[in-house]
Design a protein around this ligand. Structure first.
Ligand code: FE2
Length: 374
């Protein structure tokens, strides 16, 4: 069987409770400029800042927010910084998928006891707005999971950050929350990382796709999805599979310099409005051939949306037993073919768009070929 969807269990096996994604921190070459890009193109709002002017000497960070999505863009002030080393190795990319927990000390102790590699011992941070406890564990590559316990903290983000706003504030585009974050790992490493999330964090392996489901004429990949008990944290993990040519995962690993976050999927409740706004602001999306729309209704049945705007924008549709979903993928948002975003609207479906994989991966391969990397 090519795709295996495991029965959902009512039983929560989480090692510790996770309330959701607290923030996603990017290490970038120029956070000041990146913040303008994410505000202009994606409609994020600037809410906080930390840097030399506020007493942090070695780095500058901008906190952006839209709906429940919080991005932190951090840059190094000097070349000997670990932030600079990360950017040197990977280009702009995700360093931290931070998890919002009830008790960071307990979460850290349990995770480390079960085999997680510590990234940050539990640390109490305080300012006039209250107290936060933060710890951190390593995951694939140089990526970490901060464990953030907020204890009723009243400040804009974390202690040390000051509120920030800009008179330049393009309107939000309807991005609501982080739906899932996908990691690319090396050939043969996927099952090890699935086991890490199962054993260390108590997650469950919800769905498995083998290389027959996810293959084109040229390449293949394998993917498994792990999730926590309340489903707010979903991490698909991809590894390359043998194919006639270089897979998109190989291309990522090559240019990122190892495992890392491949894409961040953000949910909207009006994908046509959101994608129209993103397109008008210069965000570039992958396109599938127009013939995709000739057969889409045969494949997915009746949907609420008109086909014309979906075709015009290049939005993809897929259905599972529980409903359908609409999704679209940006091109990589750096010059290196690494991180990209997915915009997703769920109308009952809890899956990830397997019916679109082939058309989508062929679109990616056309881009790879243009880059000389297929
Ligand atoms: Fe996705």
């Amino acid at each position: 069987m090519a795709t295996q969807i495991l029965p959902a269990s009512a039983e929560t096996t989480d090692t510790f409770p996770i309330n959701g994604t607290d923030f996603i921190e990017f290490y970038v070459g120029n956070a000041k400029q990146a913040s303008v890009f994410y505000r202009t193109a994606f409609g994020f709002q600037l809410i906080g800042y930390r840097g030399p002017e506020t007493g942090t000497r070695d780095r500058a960070s901008y906190v952006l927010e839209q709906g429940k999505v919080r991005l932190v863009l951090t840059t190094a002030m000097r070349p000997d910084s670990p932030v600079a080393a990360h950017v040197h190795a990977h280009g702009d990319g995700v360093h931290d998928i931070a998890l919002w927990v009830d008790d960071a000390r307990d979460a850290f102790a349990k995770a480390v006891e079960r085999g997680a590699r510590p990234a940050l011992e539990p640390t109490v941070q305080r300012d006039a707005d209250g107290e936060v406890v933060i710890a951190g564990i390593h995951t694939y590559g140089e990526t970490i999971h901060s464990l953030v316990e907020r204890r009723g903290y009243r400040g804009p983000f974390l202690p040390g950050f000051v509120p920030a706003a800009s008179p330049y504030a393009p309107a939000p585009v309807g991005l609501e929350y982080v739906d899932h974050c996908v990691g690319n790992v090396e050939l043969g490493a996927m099952n090890r990382w699935v086991a890490f999330y199962e054993h260390v964090l108590g997650f469950r392996n919800l769905i498995s796709f083998d290389d027959k489901t996810i293959s084109t004429e040229y390449s293949a990949l394998m993917s498994k999805v792990v999730s926590n008990g309340n489903g707010r944290i979903k991490f698909p993990l991809n590894e390359p599979a043998e194919g006639r040519k270089k897979s998109q995962i190989d291309e990522y690993l090559d240019f990122y310099g190892g495992p890392g976050v491949q894409h961040i999927a953000i949910a909207t409740d009006d994908i046509i409005r959101t994608v129209t706004a993103l397109r008008d602001r210069g965000v570039e999306f992958l396109r599938v051939p127009a013939t995709y729309y000739d057969s889409v209704t045969d494949r997915v049945g009746r949907i609420d949306e008109d086909l014309a705007p979906l075709r015009d924008l290049g939005i993809l549709v897929d259905r599972d037993d529980e409903g359908y979903l609409l999704q679209i993928f940006t091109k990589p948002i750096e010059d290196r073919p690494t991180l990209f975003f997915e915009i997703i609207q769920r109308k009952g479906a809890k899956s990830f768009g397997a019916g679109n994989f082939k058309a989508l991966f062929e679109a990616i391969e056309r881009e790879q070929a243009l880059r000389g990397n297929l």
